[in-house]
Design a protein. Sequence first.
Length: 140
Amino acid sequence: MRRQVRTQLMQLLYAREFQEVNEQATAACFWPETPLERQEYVQGLYERMLERLGEIDALLEEASEHWKVSRMPLVDRNILRVAIFELLEQKEVPGKVVIDEAIEIGKLFGAEESSAFINGILDTMYRAVQLQPCEKASTA
């Protein structure tokens, strides 16, 4: 089910950019056959992603040397956005699982080189996050 949710999020983001879909687009409009509970779950994640899109894009641009987010292939950019959002918000999912899932979705929806591109950027981000020292709790 998680892969379907990731894919649906990527498709909502894609539609938002490609078809200039209203930001309040609902999962119900895109997948009426999807159970209502999942539609609501995807919609909630989508709305939180939109709130953090500036932050996500800044992280994406920082990790992607020589690439501006606006110049990335549309499918790849949105797969990466979903993966970065998941890394930020869903700490219970191991980072390597998030990366593997993004690569697999890239193989399904992207161009021939998409999976390598996605892997390179997410691996760079993941290593950077792993190498950062943990913040110490304040004792004040």
